[in-house]
Ligand binder design. Structure first.
Ligand code: ZN
Length: 612
């Protein structure tokens, strides 16, 4: 936000500075040379240099040489204009540097004086050196040198989108001066936070303003932005930060696995926790007691909610950030990405009362989102709906959210038992892992609608695992209506995805030979910026993907399947039956999305291979 203020400031100062340039240039020429009486204003030329006169073809009447003066000065209007433009540029840039030093928290006096000195020296060279074709370029080089030195210095202090004199920056300048080209206008969708890789917004939807007090704090701010942006792009569900003596340790939780990320080094590490707490409106001076806050982040036009917990531990100060995809958290069944037939089958299954539906997926596959979307399918004003979950990141209106920690064994079981005694119409459980709780849910499905969430890599494994928890398939088979399994896949950026002709052998192997596919899409393989395209894709900020969707397999339980599950048929038999009955599995559903141009083969394979 502050750079917008800079712009405003320089705009108001600009006319004054142009005026100052005129005065200074005029004074310079009057002082350094004897300006001819005919010349209205500054900028000077050598008296002896007649070539300059010849080279000023556009000169009007008042530029006639004055033969009386022995050291006369001839001023061509183009030369005068060139020097004045240069003077205006010097003052515009000096003003910008002065304001920008505050924005990037660098030494204001040092850089201000350096650039101003370079500008004045350049201006003096342009005015005082008799031959303007030598003086002006020398002046430009002098001033350009210090300006570029400052740009290089300040670029090291800010995140890539805020850097100047980069390809993306020049594109932005062009757009500001001349507007978007017709093609850009047609192709670009809504973009928020352009120029930032990550933008923090308060829950009031206003940008978060963090006061930066020192260069080290600015570095810490850059690191906070880098870490959170990186975590969101890598689809992490949680970021952990532990302040150690000399550095900060960063860990991501992605698809249920913990990964070590790049450490935050000193001096940024010293201020990392403080900056995170300021962003989340927590007390930055409190380093021991636990605090919790929330803030939104926009990345590649997508909103995320960050649930931030800060606390002091024996190991050091700790920050944990849970990342919630805001759009996904509000989805209904129609918006999950289910194919038409699968969606109808799932809705039918949810409509059977009493009945049981298994919703499954590996960690971070969007299972909670699906459970919530299923709960939204019920009329929560008429029905009493309760959901048991390990975190309550998102609340569904008119649904009782009950926190259950299954590591507490008996406590958790007692909680579930007492809630089910209150006769809810719909019961959902996010990721059951305890046999006692599985038994309570199976029992409840005799009278109510029960949605059982379970961690599993496919529908057959989900049935096998739940059967194992229950100890018998019989309790399950009678009331089981459908089993789903799912993944999250990223959608290709529509602006920069690249068409290619697929290899026919590959299509045959992927069972797509009959589909007569001529073109598939993939993320751009050439670096951005070629072929006249902007260096940074305005739609996806070069993330290559924009948005995500669910990838589902839905198996409705027909009498044959019910009989197989009831008698405890092996996984291989159930799988063979599913294939025979023509249900598409995750990979086939994913390849269908590839054929539709929505995602890439590599993305589908990555998602489907995600194990438990
Ligand atoms: Zn793009």
């Amino acid at each position: 936000m502050r750079h917008i203020n800079c712009k405003k400031g320089s705009r108001t100062l600009f006319p004054g500075l142009v005026l100052a340039a005129f005065v200074l240039a005029g004074a310079g020429s009057a002082w350094g040379l004897q300006a001819p009486p005919a010349a209205a204003a500054p900028a000077a030329k050598s008296a002896t240099d007649s070539a300059a006169t010849a080279a000023a073809p556009a000169a009007k009447g008042n530029e006639k040489p004055t033969p009386a003066a022995p050291r006369m000065v001839t001023v061509g209007i183009p030369n005068l204009v060139a020097v004045l433009l240069f003077a205006a540029l010097v003052f515009y840039l000096c003003n910008w540097v002065f304001l920008d030093t505050r924005f990037v928290s660098t030494d204001r006096v040092k850089w201000g004086l350096l650039v101003l000195g370079g500008g004045l020296a350049g201006l003096a060279a342009a005015i005082l050196i008799p031959v303007i074709y030598a003086g002006l370029p020398l002046g430009v080089i002098l001033f350009g040198g210090v300006s570029v030195a400052y740009a290089v210095h300040r670029n090291t202090l800010v995140t890539p989108p805020l850097r100047v004199l980069t390809g993306a920056h020049l594109v932005r300048i062009r757009r500001r001066l001349f507007g978007r080209t017709a093609t850009e206008e047609a192709e670009s969708g809504p973009v928020s936070g352009v120029g930032h890789q990550i933008l923090f917004m308060g829950l009031d939807d206003l940008p978060v303003h963090v006061e930066i007090g020192s260069p080290a704090e600015q570095l810490a701010m850059n690191e906070v932005e880098r870490v959170l942006h990186d975590a969101i792009v890598r689809r992490a569900s949680t970021v952990g930060y532990l302040a150690k003596l000399t550095r900060g340790e960063v860990k991501y939780r992605i698809s249920g696995e913990t990964y070590s990320a790049k450490d935050v080094e000193r001096p940024a590490a010293e201020h990392f926790c403080t900056i995170v707490k300021r962003i989340a409106h927590l007390d930055p001076t409190e380093t021991r007691k636990p605090q919790e806050g929330r803030v939104r982040a926009i990345v590649a036009t997508q909103p995320f909610e960050l649930r931030i917990k800060a606390a002091g531990t024996v190991k050091g100060e700790q920050i944990a950030v849970r990342i919630v995809d805001v759009i996904a958290s509000q989805l209904t069944l129609d918006q999950l990405g289910l194919a038409e037939g699968a969606q109808a089958a799932l809705k039918d299954a949810l409509g059977v009362q009493p009945g049981l539906v298994i919703l499954s997926g590996p960690p971070d596959s969007g299972l909670t989102t699906t459970i919530h979307a299923c709960l939204r399918h019920f009329d929560r004003y008429v029905n009493n709906v309760v959901v048991f979950e390990p975190h309550t990141d998102v609340e569904v209106e008119n649904v009782q959210h009950v926190l259950v920690n299954q590591e507490d064994g008996p406590v958790a079981t007692a909680e579930v038992r007492s809630r089910i005694r209150m006769e809810p119409d719909v019961v959902a459980f996010d990721a059951v892992a305890l046999p006692e709780i599985a038994a309570l849910l199976a029992e409840a499905s005799k009278e109510h609608v029960v949605l059982v969430g379970i961690r599993a890599a496919d529908v057959v494994q989900a049935i096998t695992l739940l059967t194992a928890l229950l100890g018998s398939a019989r309790a399950l088979a009678d009331r089981l209506q459908a089993v789903t399994n799912q993944r999250v896949v990223r959608l290709l950026c529509p602006d920069c995805k690249e068409a290619y002709r697929p290899n026919p052998d590959f299509l045959r192997k992927a069972n797509l030979g009959a589909a007569r596919v001529d073109t598939l899409y993939r993320p751009p393989t050439r670096p951005a910026g070629g072929g006249g395209k902007p260096e940074v894709c305005p739609k996806c900020n070069n993330e290559r993907y924009v948005g995500r969707t669910g990838l589902f397999e839905v198996m409705p339980i027909d009498p044959v399947a019910r009989e197989m599950i009831g008698r405890g048929a092996g996984a291989a038999d159930v799988r063979a039956y599913i294939r025979k009955s023509g249900l598409r599995n995750l990979q086939e559903e994913g390849l269908q999305m590839v054929v539709e141009g929505r995602t890439s083969i590599e993305e589908v394979l990555r998602a489907v291979k995600q194990a438990m």
